[in-house]
Design a protein around this ligand. Structure first.
Ligand code: FES
Ligand code: FES
Length: 164
């Protein structure tokens, strides 16, 4: 049970839309995204910072959202997997499209976090080497693909985005 006075109003921009939340001091960012906003594309695997399934971008940086408190992000801009597709046309982001085309998705549980880490990597480095890709997704675990199709997906996405 929370002690009195342990809630605070914060403002977050999530996928381009501003929100105000009254959050508890111990409420994680992934709880706010999934439970307050219904953005359940962000997955919770381990809930202790080990699997990367909950990765979102905070001001462009990939962060595991199960390990960070919402209250620490007043005024920040959050991008989740739901924010990647084109809001007007519904077209997938090139990174999502490349994962589909290159079989980078199997069961799909790791995919939202993996795609967000890939997005952050390609924004900084549009033509990463295989080694750089593997380093970029080293915090994201996948039980299904053996990673090779994921690496190829990210290489393809970089090429589509003008790198390579
Ligand atoms: S659920 Fe956050 S790192 Fe595993
Ligand atoms: S596709 Fe199943 S865990 Fe990665």
């Amino acid at each position: 049970m929370e002690a009195e006075g342990t809630r605070r109003a914060i403002h977050l921009t999530v996928n381009g839309r501003e929100h105000r939340f009254d959050v508890g001091n111990n409420e994680t960012l992934v709880e706010v995204l999934r439970e307050r906003l219904g953005l359940t594309g962000t997955k919770v695997g381990c809930n202790r910072g080990e699997c990367g399934a909950c990765t979102v971008l905070i001001d462009g940086e990939p962060i595991v959202s199960c390990m960070t408190l919402a209250i620490e992000h007043e005024g920040k801009s959050i991008l989740t997997i739901e924010g990647l597709e084109d809001p007007r046309t519904g077209e997938l982001d090139p990174v999502q499209q490349a994962f589909v085309e290159n079989f980078g998705i199997q069961c799909g549980f790791c995919s939202p976090g993996m795609v967000m880490s890939a997005k952050a990597l390609l924004q900084k480095n549009p033509s990463p080497s295989e080694q750089e890709i593997r380093e970029g997704i080293q915090g994201n675990l996948c039980r299904c693909t053996g990673y090779q199709q994921i690496v190829e997906s990210i290489q393809t996405a970089g090429e589509k985005m003008g790198g390579g």
